[in-house]
Design a protein around this ligand. Structure first.
Ligand SMILES: NC(=O)C1=CN([C@@H]2O[C@H](COP(=O)(O)OP(=O)(O)OC[C@H]3O[C@@H](n4cnc5c(N)ncnc54)[C@H](OP(=O)(O)O)[C@@H]3O)[C@@H](O)[C@H]2O)C=CC1
Ligand SMILES: N[C@@H](C=O)C(=O)O
Length: 266
């Protein structure tokens, strides 16, 4: 796809299934051409054919395993060389839900490689172009487990906590620009991720599980409102403000240079 494409282009990682596939469909409806990234190229091709027929969307399929350095490098190159890209959706993620001692080293490494390293590298690859044009947007898909950890989610929560803090810091760096970063924090969503994680989707309280369609539509509604942070399942938006205020107050309280009285020798 050339830089002369008339439509803006969005690159969506993890577009072969679940949330990423719905992002691809919704962005096609909104008039984007697409670059779709995942390992299962057959699924990306089928989605590409469908979106092409429905919306005239031009789709470039990039088969890549984003836990692999060489594959991330290829996607970085696409981001650096295609000046029509105006939106990066860092959605690809994986999850092994198990106690740390029972998590295989390769599963832990894969979570860190995909959820942390690939997301950081792809963001880093697109930023110079967005900043030089003073235009563009990044959507980082984190999780409510960014700010919460369960006995089986220490590594996954660690990776998603990284996505939250990385995104929050970068949002401050971008504050005076027209480059946007939206941090999306879904709660349980009905996708393949659960069965792959070792916790079957069917074992969850189904009343707590959102559809991928509702999740992406709510996230895009938050995007349209200009939100920095979107918690699609949280009705009381002031809860995040209170949480963030408590975090900020706690941080300010650390800036004393002195041991707290309770730690001083008597
Ligand atoms: N489902 C949920 O309850 C929640 C999900 N999230 C987050 O949402 C995001 C999307 O997850 P979801 O749609 O649920 O998961 P799915 O498992 O349904 O989809 C994951 C997508 O990521 C791709 N992917 C997985 N591993 C790799 C890899 N090594 N390289 C490239 N692509 C890869 C998959 O494609 P392929 O296998 O073809 O490579 C697939 O397209 C993730 O970041 C997840 O952490 C956050 C909170 C809740
Ligand atoms: N997908 C879930 C955990 O694996 C979550 O992020 O809530």
């Amino acid at each position: 796809m050339s830089a002369s494409s008339l439509k803006p282009v969005a690159l969506v990682t993890g577009a072969s299934a679940g949330i990423g596939a719905i992002y691809a469909a919704r962005l096609a409806e909104r008039g984007y051409d697409l670059i779709l990234v995942a390992r299962r190229a057959d699924r990306l091709k089928a989605l590409s054919d469908k979106l092409g027929a429905a919306h005239g969307t031009k789709v470039e399929v990039v088969e890549a395993d984003l836990t692999k350095d060489a594959d991330v490098t290829r996607v970085e190159k696409v981001l650096k060389e295609n000046s029509a890209i105006t939106l990066l959706v860092n959605n690809a993620g994986n999850s092994t839900l198990a106690p740390v001692a029972k998590t295989a080293e390769e599963d832990a490494a894969a979570m860190i490689a995909l959820n942390v390293t690939a997301l950081t590298r792809l963001t880093h690859a697109i930023l110079p172009a967005f900043l030089s044009r003073n235009h563009g947007a990044i959507i980082n898909v984190a999780s409510v487990l960014s700010f919460h950890a369960l006995p089986i989610s220490a590594i996954y929560s660690g990776t998603k906590g990284y996505v939250m803090n990385f995104s929050r810091g970068l949002q401050q760096e971008l504050a005076e620009t027209n480059v946007r970063l939206q941090l999306v924090m879904p709660a349980a969503t009905a996708t393949e991720l659960w069965d792959l994680s070792g916790v079957p989707l069917a074992s969850l309280n189904q009343a707590t599980v959102m559809t991928s369609e509702n999740l992406v539509d709510a996230a895009l509604a938050g995007f349209d409102k200009g939100e920095d942070i979107t918690l699609p399942s949280v009705a009381d938006a002031s809860l995040w403000d209170k949480f963030d205020q408590a975090r900020s107050t706690l941080f300010a309280a650390t800036q004393t240079g002195e041991p707290a009285p309770r730690y001083r020798a008597v």
